[in-house]
Design a protein around this ligand. Sequence first.
Ligand SMILES: [Zn+2]
Length: 326
Amino acid sequence: MICYLLNKKIKMNKKGGFFANFVLILLFISLCFAIYYLYQFWPREPVELNRVSIDEPTTIVLNGIPSKQFYNKMRYSDRVISYSIASSCLTDRVSSMEEAFANLEELTVLNFIKFDRADADIKILCSDVAPEAGQENYFVAGEGGPSSVLNSTVYSLILEGKIALYRDDSCAGAKVATHELLHALGFDHNNNSKSILYPTLKCNQEIDLEIIESINKLYSVESLSDLVIYSVNATKSGKYLNFHIEILNQGLVSSGNVFLGVYSGEKLIDKFDLGDVSVGARKILDVENLKVSSNAKSIVFYVDYDNLVVELDENNNKANLKLTEK
Ligand SMILES: [Zn+2]
């Protein structure tokens, strides 16, 4: 009987020892996991991600625009251009200006709409007090030109144009008004005395075919936005990604609400709401401690990843950064 009990005790001791060892091993494994886990999140020297590829801003090529403009590729955002005429303009000058609009509407893709508000694209003013001309025997019949231009886009975007008419047109065909309107569309003088853009007025001057072609080419491009990654840099520290990205809208209109997608390989890690990016504006986003896989070797930044914005160029929205071996 004693032996039996002793035997049982020994058996129990053996069982208890085995259990204790098992617990110890389990604890040891858990500890290893905990250390590994902590190691993943432990602050380390950040490693720089290097640019592998970035979709460069593409330039929309408009070959063969021979007519000289004040800046390269000047245009309004849309082919429908609004105008306002000041109440100081009397009937003759109003009808002369309207004739100039009608002339250009007939010859080009442009449309002009009367919009008597402060934010009209082209503002027409009238005065009988003309500025002094630089030379004798000349008078200033009118002035015109873009008064506000944005140069940070694919185009030199005219935000506002102004025309001032100082005299009634002495020629048939609204020559002065047409000359000034072409200035407001961004066209400079030329040295062809038969051209309506010759610096001094003669009644036989006409709109050059080249100017008509230039206008039609410039406005053949749809009025859309064009988002592009202007610059990006990123560092990775263990599981954490820090990045700085700048997104430019180099198009013709505001983008509307847009999202940036951040990918590790094919996997979308996170998306960021950039809001509306207005024309010529650069949105800057700084993100710290975005959790990614510690094995992630490349990160892709993708503007408008869900493709909700229709753009002039859909192929300049991505930047691919990679951890390169040293
Ligand atoms: Zn002029």
